[in-house]
Design a binder for this molecule. Structure first.
Ligand code: GTP
Ligand code: SPV
Ligand code: MN
Length: 589
């Protein structure tokens, strides 16, 4: 008798017709074999899936070049297939589940002919965690196997957890023919099921990540009284040695990984890393909010990563590691066989190829590394890893940050007056788009709680769920909004950012422990300019004023856009959100 898992795999094999099936055990030996297959046997567009990099300078590191049309998440091809459109809400693409399946079945039909089908059993969350979920992904490319092994706890533990039950999250993935016309990422939340075809890229293809741990998990959280969020988890150690745990939501490519691994610019303060992209938040036995990171790796933005901006990530990438390190779509120095990217420590070499393998030099008009080039690396390699990382119950959260990328309007930091006001603050967030998704870059769009592309159900219900969570939590975390990206008239960042962001976190700690006051404004509490520690950085009081300024004119425009966005939810939007909107509106007049 076969188990439900074996039966499901068999059915997927009948549909996709692979040459062979390989069940992955997550072992080191298998990881070496997978990389070797990627180098020698599999190809994308006629090119190998992996290139071995200089192993002396970058131990266990490999370069992957994706299909040139497959370099970022494709939000317009991503669907949340609830039985009814209203449950998906106005911010998601929706298709009727049976219609979606019929359409995709045709694309999956025979798509693995001549290829190996890999079966990946994995856990999201520590296997001993009451919040962890057992999952299985099927894929047909070594890149996804190698990546999933870095990002998730892959192997026999998951199979043991599933046993003879039907209780596992299913993901079916094939790169298909990489044609964007035949690319779809389809979610079936009622079945804990994801079907993805036509892309090998991160969020489209590593189905445990955005597809399950955010889109489907957010809907599970809605039904089961927890939250799945696009958030960093960190511990902030103060000079007395106390550690305060916080989470921070920021849109894609807006600073999460950098915040998660920050090398503090203030003496006595230190950041401990627990997660850089996804947090699952549950109410603990003591009534407080606890966070776990369901992942065990980083899939991080490469450009701009250097010993200056993120020294801990450079150490992580260069370290000796039980897991391989993958670089996707960086440039390559042919003389040294090293990866290279814009913003790295050293200037480019004389003999370079760009992310597509084409000759490149400093006079080229296009970037050498793709703006959304990525590294995939184990979190266990990071020097700042928190000792609580594998704690199955997670860490208690004292503050939640919503971060945005805004050239103007939004101050460096604001504190919400209350949980309810904080939910509105998160809901009204807008941010300028980045290269993390296929879209025009630098366009302002509303991105509530940094979850616009990742909330698996109607965001009006999501806001209601957030409001409700605040009433269930004892001592709900304080809520803050930050913007590291405000610019001056010359287009220069006003704030030094990166390691100096600790100065803003310090203000938050001082607020949490009631050590410091603040200035009440229409949008929330902002620091007095002198309350942000600026010793040791060169920042004038004039700059500080600009960073904290609330410009009435800009806010008139902002509030219009907020209203337009909230209107799209119609009568489903919780009245509390409108009340907070009205308060803000009145105060700005
Ligand atoms: P995803 O992995 O897409 O979810 O992105 P992320 O939120 O983890 O973003 P990440 O930390 O990788 O940062 C993205 C880009 O923002 C990089 O190019 C960074 O160099 C830049 N960045 C991060 N933090 C700061 C900061 O404090 N100031 C400035 N000016 N840039 C920053
Ligand atoms: C993001 O876009 O927010 C990422 C990268 O973290 S991806 O895994 O592709 O979603
Ligand atoms: Mn992300």
């Amino acid at each position: 008798m076969s188990t439900p898992l074996e039966k499901w795999v068999q059915e997927q094999a009948e549909l996709t017709q692979p040459k062979s099936i390989h069940w992955c055990d997550g072992s080191e030996e298998e990881a070496r074999w997978i990389i070797k297959r990627g180098i020698e046997e599999e190809n994308i567009n006629g090119n190998p899936v992996f290139y071995r990099l200089n192993q002396d300078l970058w131990p266990n590191a490999y370069l992957h070049r994706s299909h040139p049309t497959d370099v970022s998440r494709t939000e317009h091809l991503t669907y949340v297939c609830h039985p009814d459109k209203e449950t998906a809400g106005p911010t998601n693409n929706w298709m009727e589940p049976e219609k979606a399946k019929n359409m995709l079945r045709q694309l999956f039909n025979g798509c693995m002919k001549g290829r190996t089908m890999y079966v990946l059993p994995y856990m999201m969350g520590h296997p001993d965690s009451p919040f962890a979920k057992a999952c299985v992904q099927i894929t047909d490319i070594s890149y996804v196997v190698a990546s999933m092994r870095i990002m998730t706890r892959m192997g026999k533990k998951a199979i043991e957890k599933i046993g003879n039950s039907n209780n596992f999250v299913r993901g079916l993935h094939s790169v298909g023919d990489f044609n964007p016309e035949r690319r779809f990422i389809m979610h079936f939340p009622d079945e804990n099921l994801v079907w993805s075809i036509g892309s090998g890229y991160g969020g489209n293809a590593l189905l445990g990540k955005k597809c399950f741990s955010l889109r489907i998990a957010s809907y599970l959280g809605y039904k089961q009284a927890w939250l799945a969020e696009h958030m960093v988890i960190i511990g902030i150690q103060d000079p007395q040695g106390n550690i305060t745990y916080i989470t921070a939501a920021m849109p894609s490519a807006c600073g999460k990984t950098n915040l998660a691994m920050m090398e503090s610019g203030l003496e006595g303060y230190k950041i401990w890393t627990l997660g850089d992209d996804i947090a699952w938040l549950n109410i603990g036995p003591d009534g407080r909010l606890y966070a776990i990171n369901p992942e065990i790796g980083f899939f991080g933005v490469v450009p701009g990563t250097s010993s200056k901006t993120n020294p801990n990530m450079i150490k992580t990438l260069k370290g000796r590691n039980f897991y391989p390190t993958l670089f996707t779509n960086t440039a390559l120095n042919l003389d040294t066989n090293e990866p290279w990217w814009e913003g790295y420590d050293t200037p480019c070499g004389n003999n370079m190829v760009d992310w597509q393998g084409k000759p490149w030099d400093i006079s080229s008009k296009t970037p050498a590394a793709h703006p959304n080039s990525r590294f995939t690396v184990s979190i266990y390699n990071t020097p700042t890893l928190s000792k609580e990382f594998d704690n199955p119950y997670g860490v208690p959260i004292s503050a939640i940050i919503f971060g945005v990328r805004r050239t103007n309007c939004i101050p460096l930091v604001t504190e919400a007056f209350s949980w309810k006001h904080g939910v509105f603050m998160g809901a009204r967030c807008g941010s300028e788009t980045t290269a993390a998704a296929e879209q025009k870059v630098g366009v302002l769009r509303r991105d509530p709680m940094a979850m616009l592309p990742f909330c698996g159900y109607n965001m009006a219900d999501y806001f209601r769920h957030w409001l409700l969570m605040g009433t269930r939590i004892k001592n709900p975390p304080r809520i803050f909004c930050v913007n590291w990206f405000r610019k001056d008239e010359n287009g220069q960042f006003l704030w030094p950012g990166f390691g100096e962001n600790i100065r803003v976190l310090k203000w938050m700690l001082d607020r949490i422990s009631n050590r410091i006051g603040g200035k009440e404004t229409p949008i929330g509490i902002v620091p007095m300019p002198q309350d942000i520690e600026t010793s040791g950085i060169n920042i004038s009081s004039e700059k500080m004023e600009k960073l904290l300024n609330i410009n009435k004119q800009e806010w008139q425009q902002e509030i219009k856009e907020i209203k337009n966005f909230l209107d799209t939810f119609g009568t489903r939007l919780p009245p509390e959100i409108w009340q907070e909107y009205q308060k803000l509106y009145n105060q700005l007049q």
